[in-house]
Every structure is written in structure tokens, then in C-alpha cells.
Ligand binder design. Sequence first.
Ligand code: NAP
Ligand code: GCO
Length: 264
Amino acid sequence: MSHTLFDLTGKTALVTGASHGLGMAMAKGLASAGATIVFNDLDSERVKQALEDYKASGIEAHGYVFDVTDEEAVKLQVATIESEVAPIDILINNAGIIKRVPMLDMAVSDFRQVIDIDLVGPFIMGRAVAASMVRRGKGGKIINMCSMMSELGRNSVSAYAAAKGGLKMLTRNMATEWAKYGIQANGIGPGYFATSQTAPIRVGGHPFNEFIIHRTPAGRWGNPDELQGAAIFLASAASDFVNGHVLYVDGGILATIGKPSNEE
Ligand code: NAP
Ligand code: GCO
């Protein structure tokens, strides 16, 4: 198998929300395959710190400050990136939030905010980048960060599950509408990974930590770097005939009904 299938040399990747966490890990993976890295965050100080982190890893990244839900800002910043850096060949819609509140207690405004960032944001970003890909006529890759909650419900994460379930179907519609332009739109569905987003339910003896270790056949939380292979695959020529697919990287969670608490 030719290794050039996974070569991203000459490609420019925009990873949203990649100032830390899974986004930064995937961006570093794409950089290791030769891609130029562009990322955004909401906060200029976090962008500045992230640029130093990337540099410490030998990566000359390009950082921008904008909100993925702000359509005018997205259009402006995508045009700025394509002028200052290069046309965007790969988009990873990684930016996202979660709010863990039982539905009966959840403010509608909080529900809407999660949907706005986790579902409308990828729509806004996808449209802005795909429009440019179509104009250039050279195709492209769009990768949407889905979740176990694209397939399963869980107490207290209704808005997040609705958004991530919707994002799975938005991914399929992007594939449907944009395949004719040479664009492949796919999803990555991580299981439970050790980042700041999961820290509240993972550290300090939280019971959910043991639950996940027991519920995951691999018997552990994922390491963010373990998403790099999936990101490189879906960003590269190796996936040119893969479209509308969600690639789950979950240590086996979705493969199993689970096991009794007294079973190893
Ligand atoms: P994280 O540590 O919370 O990072 C999310 C990033 O998105 C942060 O940099 C955040 O910026 C940024 N962001 C939030 N709202 C934004 C907006 N409106 N515009 C621009 N940037 C915004 O999360 P993570 O654990 O790395 O997860 C990354 C993605 O994977 C998310 O979509 C998450 O839902 C998904 N995911 C995570 C897991 C997991 O186990 N960790 C599993 C499955 C899926 P600030 O830092 O400035 O807030
Ligand atoms: C939660 C977690 C999950 C993970 C991830 C699982 O509260 O259940 O935060 O939602 O972030 O989405 O795939």
C-alpha cells in the first residue's frame, strides 16, 4: 500500500476550536502528515498560547479568533485565511460545547446554545468552506466531530445528543449535496477521551470515571492522540471514495451492550 495515500503535503487544514483538546491533537496529526495548520478559538489569549504550543511541537500554525456561530465573522475569516495562508483543503468542525443538565431543569436558552455551537456552527463553517472549494473546483475534505451521543442517549446531555445526532445527519447531507464537487464529508465519533470537556465527569473520584472504564471494552479513556489516524485517513486521498461515513474511535463501546458490574 503506497504511503502517499496518507500524504497531506501541500494541503491546508482548518481545525476549529483547536487551541487544545481533541482539536489540537488532530491538528498535530495532520501536520505530521504534511498539512499546514490553521485553527481558531474564541479567545485571543488562548490562540496566542496555542501558537506557542504548536511551535514547541515544531509546527508553524496559523491562529484566528472567531466564533463558529457568527456567520458574517466566519465568511470574513475564511476569506482572510484563504488570502493570508492558502485555500482550505480540509475542514475539521471540532469546536463544540456540552451542558450536563436534566431536561426538566434545563433552560431553553442553554439547549439552544448547545445546538447553535455544535450543529449550526458546523453548518455555517461547512457552507463557507465548501463554497470556496466549489469555486476552486479541486474538491476537499470536511470532517465533523460527532460523538457516542450521535448514537446513544445519556442522562443530562439532551441538547448535546440532539446536536451530535443532527450532526451525523448533516454530515450525510453534506456528502449527498457536495460529492459531485469532489468533496467528501465524513464524521469522527470519539468515545470517551481525557480532555477538559470530560474532566468534570472523569477526575476527583467521579463515579462516571469507573463507569466508563467498565463500559469501554478497552477498559480505559481514550488519549487525544489516538484520533490522529482517523483524522489523517479522512483528510487524505485514502478516503476519496468514503462519503457520509462516521468513523467511531471508541475503544469498542458501540460494539457491546456492556457487562455486569461484577464481571471483569
Ligand atoms: P474542549 O476541550 O471543550 O474543546 C472545545 C474547543 O472548542 C475549545 O477550544 C473551545 O474554545 C472551542 N469552542 C467552543 N465554542 C466555540 C465557538 N462558538 N467558536 C469557536 N470555538 C469554540 O472539547 P474536546 O474534548 O477537545 O472535544 C472537541 C470536540 O470533540 C467537541 O466537538 C466535542 O463535542 C467532541 N467530542 C469530544 C469527546 C471527548 O470525550 N472529549 C468525545 C466525543 C466528541 P474555548 O476553550 O475558548 O472555550
Ligand atoms: C458526557 C461526555 C460525552 C463525551 C463524548 C462521548 O458527558 O457524556 O462529555 O458527551 O464528550 O461526546 O462520545
